[in-house]
Design a protein around this ligand. Structure first.
Ligand code: AP5
Ligand code: MG
Length: 217
């Protein structure tokens, strides 16, 4: 299976990806996580991406497309789940070309809906593990020990782009540049919409129900 997961910042993409990849044995490819790893390792790519990420804008297409096509090439046969990529129509077109070169296509697109005011609350309460990338929330998804990752036993951190001003800009960027992608994918009839303003478990179950039906079809 080759899947794209769309949704605004804070819609719960990362949270649901963890569930989906565990259930269907897929590789989770998050462009945001890869960029953060590059930044942590202080690579040339990480340095180039820094100012765009910190302001809530998009990293230029050519950088992202090269980074993600390389990651996809190394994906296992079982398939992958793309989180945060593509994020512009141009990225989607280039992804399609690159997959076509390897006789592959995207099987379906999952789209998480949530209102902007909910996003702000979710994002300011988010805490992440700097090692494994696990995502928590100070109210909705608490770790077993406060402030500590369940998997790695290290202190959770807040993302530098999770401040109110940057979140507002990320939402603006999403509506201007990424939302048009939903219509782009809708034209070929592969988009499945989910109300993400429910508990993480309810959202997960609605995704599993749809995916199980798609896998059987
Ligand atoms: P990226 O890392 O992709 O960030 P994003 O799209 O802004 O999305 P988030 O990771 O903030 O949210 P999420 O939907 O994953 O939510 P989460 O599950 O964590 O990108 C970061 C930056 O990198 C971009 O701004 C850009 O600069 C650059 N970039 C990345 N990809 C790019 C591309 N393709 N092109 C160009 N630039 C690119 O959940 C959020 C919080 O809510 C958590 O605390 C979670 O516990 C909680 N939560 C989740 N679900 C629920 C629920 N149902 N109920 C209550 N709380 C919930
Ligand atoms: Mg995420």
């Amino acid at each position: 299976m080759r899947i794209v997961l769309l949704g605004a910042p804070g819609a719960g993409k990362g949270t649901q990806c963890k569930n989906i990849v565990a259930q269907y044995s897929l590789l989770h490819l998050s462009s945001g996580d890869i960029l953060r790893q590059e930044r942590a390792a202080d690579t040339e790519l990480g340095q180039k991406a820094q100012s765009y990420m910190d302001s809530g804008g998009l990293v230029p297409d050519e950088i992202i497309i090269e980074m993600m096509t390389k990651a996809i090439t190394n994906a296992p046969a079982a398939g992958f789940l793309l989180d945060g990529f593509p994020r512009t129509v141009n990225q989607a077109v280039e992804l399609e070309k690159s997959l076509a070169d390897n006789e592959m296509t995207i099987d379906f697109v999952l789209n998480l809906h949530v209102d902007d005011d909910i996003v702000a609350k979710r994002i300011t309460g988010r805490r992440s593990c700097p090692k494994c990338g696990a995502v928590y929330h100070i109210e909705h998804l608490k770790p077993k020990a406060e402030g500590i990752c369940d998997n790695d036993d290290i202190e959770l951190v807040q993302r530098p782009d999770d401040t109110p001003d940057v979140v507002a800009n990320r939402l603006k960027t999403y509506h201007q540049q990424t939302e048009p992608l939903v219509d782009y994918y809708r034209k070929n009839g592969t988009v499945y919409d989910f109300d993400a303003d429910r508990t993480p478990v309810e959202v997960r179950d609605s995704i599993f129900e749809k995916m199980n039906a798609l896998v059987k079809a």
